[in-house]
Design a protein around this ligand. Structure first.
Ligand code: CO
Length: 212
């Protein structure tokens, strides 16, 4: 029996054939460049692929994924993706997408030694600490994890608005909105959480970056 790895190429050739049947110029058009209007920051979880769950095609979403869809201010990979997508691709919408049943969130609620990833999960524990009273009051473990998924998305949206990259875009009158989404792996439904943010008005003043 073929391994999943070996089936990748079969799957790829079939996808190319199907795609060309629908649109013979699909690859020719995409080869000219990309102008995706959306940056997606999602979880690495294999069950939450940005394009498939949103019915979008290659070329429509610029994607960054890591464990538990985090926006860590010292993460050069995230910052590079954010800067490139805002200033070069000029995306108009940034999405942070979390998902119920997230292994990173569940692991952050636990105390098992996990090696290197503990350092990453600690950022999620920091989110817990910010909302400790609310989370401590939820006794059901699944409901508690679900709420931490939601609160984590809201905090990562907030973290995005703290960056000089997003603040400078707003100062330069670029149309840019930041949104929080949660995906439910149990039914495939994607919903917004919180409200979209499109200016610096909600940022406490100590996070504001002065003009250069
Ligand atoms: Co996850």
């Amino acid at each position: 029996m073929k391994s999943t790895y070996e089936k990748l190429f079969e799957g790829n050739r079939k996808w190319v054939a199907d795609t060309l049947q629908r649109d013979p110029t699909f690859f020719e058009k995409l080869s000219k460049g990309q102008t995706p209007p959306v940056l997606w920051i999602g979880c690495s979880d294999s069950r939450v692929p940005a394009n498939e769950i949103t019915g979008t095609l290659p070329g429509e979403i610029f994607v960054h994924r890591n464990i538990a869809n985090m926006v860590i201010h010292t993460d050069m990979s995230m910052l590079s993706v954010l800067d490139y997508s805002v200033n070069i691709l000029e995306v108009t919408d940034i999405v942070v997408c979390g998902h119920y049943g997230c292994g990173g969130i569940v692991a952050a609620l636990d105390n098992k030694p996990l090696g290197i990833v503990e350092n990453w999960l600690r950022h999620i524990k920091d989110v817990y600490r910010l909302h400790q009273r609310e989370l401590d009051a939820i006794k059901d473990e699944e409901l508690k994890a679900n709420r931490l998924v939601e609160l984590n998305v809201l905090e990562q949206v907030f973290d995005l608005t703290k960056t000089s990259i997003v603040q400078n875009a707003w100062r330069n009158k670029k149309k840019l909105s930041v949104h929080g989404l949660v995906y439910d792996v149990k039914n495939g439904i994607l919903n917004e959480i919180g409200h979209s943010i499109n200016n610096s008005s909600e940022l406490p003043k100590y996070y504001l970056v002065d003009e250069i």
